[in-house]
Design a protein around this ligand. Structure first.
Ligand code: GDP
Length: 444
């Protein structure tokens, strides 16, 4: 996510950190680099100009020049201004309406509107809301079916509309049904067009009047860069938008849309789409995104993710085991890998780690790391319980049997056993001398 932008900005940061003194010249140089990075990220020019002017003014001000580490102070200013650019704080979904609260979803074809509707339903269901999905997309073949299928897989109700009905009739019937069945929230998906046109705006305006949504979310594909931002602005000029959902951020290396939407449309980004899967929707936190872009990681999101997805009993069992100094076996090794997968896998985790940590773990990072982890699990699955508890009994014959069972080469079994031994050593170190000792050992 936003790798290109992030890479360039981190380069600037490195240079700034290395400066013993900051002068007008080296601030100017750094700002030129930042400006280039933003333009290459497809951030709109007026946004870039404002941003640079702000940062420059503050960087030449007293708060920076008189600080003990001026380089660090400039980085802080860049972080704060990036955060401000993206809207300062998380803007939550507003559902404070007489139930049902209506969320109207709009967006161009292919923007990810239908997928996002389902993702949002999943999120709200997790918050114990009674959610009804409905679709008035009577133009795109199979759009309604797509939503119904997604709803069924999430065990969320979906209003039974079909492509022969008129969008306004579907809206009226959905509203009536939702009231009679006491739904808390209705997520209403609408038809997208190829571009914003009169027909689309006329239809959605009528739906808006009838449904009186408390939230009108415009879904845009981040990979469209400035085009995405311009479409959102055009839409917002006709209809009172309450927020934007930026999808496909996982595929967006540049980041122009993420950085300009707020400034250009005046509307907050409420959510970001970070994968094709139904759990790939996250509330948008400008401050955390700024940290991610600057390579400082997004530890807060990481912790929240852990709190939601990690099996706490398992985590506690493991912690107790480590503390008590009991031996760490292959079953523990496998359980740890599963926990990691529950948190979205290596790729998702690495994305939120500070750059230094991600770099350290780089060899096993990303999707490759996920694949490798699945192979390791496969090998452990081919072992007997006693082999898992006492890996030292695994000699040549057993290795051959395990490799055949898992469909891998014997070398891979050897590699796994070596990795396990390393992990075991680290665990011993933690239980003996605590985290500090381990960190020292790692710094070697
Ligand atoms: P709609 O025409 O606006 O309803 O678009 P869809 O919901 O059908 O999505 C279009 C395509 O984008 C589908 O293949 C989705 O799986 C994909 N998609 C949607 N959101 C995301 C996202 O956040 N990340 C990724 N990688 N793909 C997404």
């Amino acid at each position: 996510m936003l790798e290109n932008l992030s890479g360039r900005l981190q380069q600037v940061i490195k240079t700034l950190r290395g400066q013993a003194r900051l002068t007008e010249d080296n601030i100017s140089d750094a700002m030129r680099e930042v400006r280039m990075a933003l333009l290459e990220a497809d951030v709109a020019l007026p946004v870039v100009k404002d941003f640079i002017a702000q940062v420059k003014e503050r960087a030449q001000g007293r708060e920076v020049l008189q600080s003990l580490s001026p380089g660090q102070a400039v980085i802080q200013v860049v972080h704060e201004e990036l955060t401000r650019l993206m809207g300062e704080q998380n803007s939550e979904l507003n559902l404070a309406a007489v139930p049902p609260a209506i969320v109207l979803m709009a967006g161009l074809q292919g923007s990810g509107k239908t997928t996002t509707s389902a993702k949002l339903a999943r999120l709200l269901k997790g918050q114990k809301k009674k959610v009804l999905l409905a679709s008035a997309d009577v133009y795109r073949p199979a759009a309604i079916e797509q939503l119904k299928t997604l709803a069924a897989s999430l065990e969320v109700d979906c209003f039974d509309s079909n492509a022969t009905q008129k969008p306004l009739d579907i809206a009226a019937a959905t509203l009536d049904y939702a009231r009679r069945h006491y739904y808390d929230v209705v997520i209403f998906d609408t038809a997208g067009r190829l571009g914003i046109d009169e027909a689309m705006m006329a239809e959605i305006s009528k739906l808006h009047t009838l449904l009186k949504p408390i939230e009108t979310l415009f879904v845009v594909d981040a990979m469209q860069g400035q085009d995405a931002v311009n479409t959102a602005r055009a839409f917002g000029e006709t209809l009172p938008l309450t927020g934007v959902v930026l999808t496909k951020l996982d595929g967006d290396a540049r980041g122009g849309a993420a950085l300009s939407v707020r400034h250009i449309t005046g509307k907050p980004i409420k959510f970001i789409g970070v994968s094709e899967k139904v759990d790939g929707l996250e509330p948008f936190h400008p401050e955390r995104m700024a940290s991610r872009v600057l390579g400082m990681g997004d530890v807060l999101s990481l912790i929240e993710q852990a709190q939601k997805n990690v099996d706490l009993d398992e985590a506690k069992r493991f912690a107790d085991k480590v503390k008590s100094g009991k031996s760490f076996d292959l079953d523990d090794f496998k359980a740890q890998m599963q926990q990691m997968r529950n948190m979205g896998g290596m790729a998702a985790l690495m994305d939120k780690m500070p750059a230094q940590v991600a770099g350290m773990a780089g060899q096993m990072g990303g999707e490759q790391g996920d694949k490798a982890m699945r192979r390791l699990e496969g090998i452990i699955n081919s072992m007997t319980p006693s082999e898992r508890r006492k890996p030292e009994i695994i000699k040549a014959t057993r290795k051959r049997r395990i490799a055949a069972g898992a469909g891998v080469q014997v070398q891979e079994v050897n590699r796994l056993l070596n990795q396990f031994e390393e992990a075991q050593k680290m665990m011993k170190m933690i239980s003996k001398g605590g985290m500090a000792k381990m960190m020292r050992a790692m710094q070697g």
